[in-house]
Design a protein around this ligand. Structure first.
Ligand SMILES: [Zn+2]
Length: 112
């Protein structure tokens, strides 16, 4: 699995920025997105990579931990665009469980 360090480096090299977006707006953007959006079991879009704008959108109506986890999920997509969604889900849990305090603080800053 990619380490958090690898995900972070890929993200910092990519030029992408993280943006918190109102859920309804994110749903609208997801319709045009080339990549699969991360959806909650309820069907709501939680996160989305928008390559044209170099933006990773996160639904604003998640708490900090949820935003951080959704961001890890999207960073894994960014790291390997060909990865299957199920694999991304499984790796997200592993990466989140492996985060150091510093890693977590870095994520918190991005999703604040
Ligand atoms: Zn996904």
């Amino acid at each position: 699995m990619p380490t958090f360090h690898q995900l972070k480096k890929r993200f910092l090299d990519s030029g992408y920025e993280v943006r918190l977006i109102a859920p309804r707006e994110l749903e609208r953007l997801a319709l045009d997105a080339p990549l699969e959006a991360k959806r909650h079991m309820s069907g709501d879009v939680l996160g989305l990579i928008m390559p044209d704008a170099y933006v990773i959108g996160l639904a604003r109506n998640q708490n900090t931990d949820e935003r951080a986890e959704t961001l890890v999920h999207e960073l894994i997509h960014l790291y390997d665009e060909s990865m299957e969604e199920e694999t991304v889900e499984a790796l997200t849990e592993e990466v989140v469980a492996s985060l150091s305090d510093n890693d977590y603080r870095f994520l918190q800053l991005l999703v604040a």
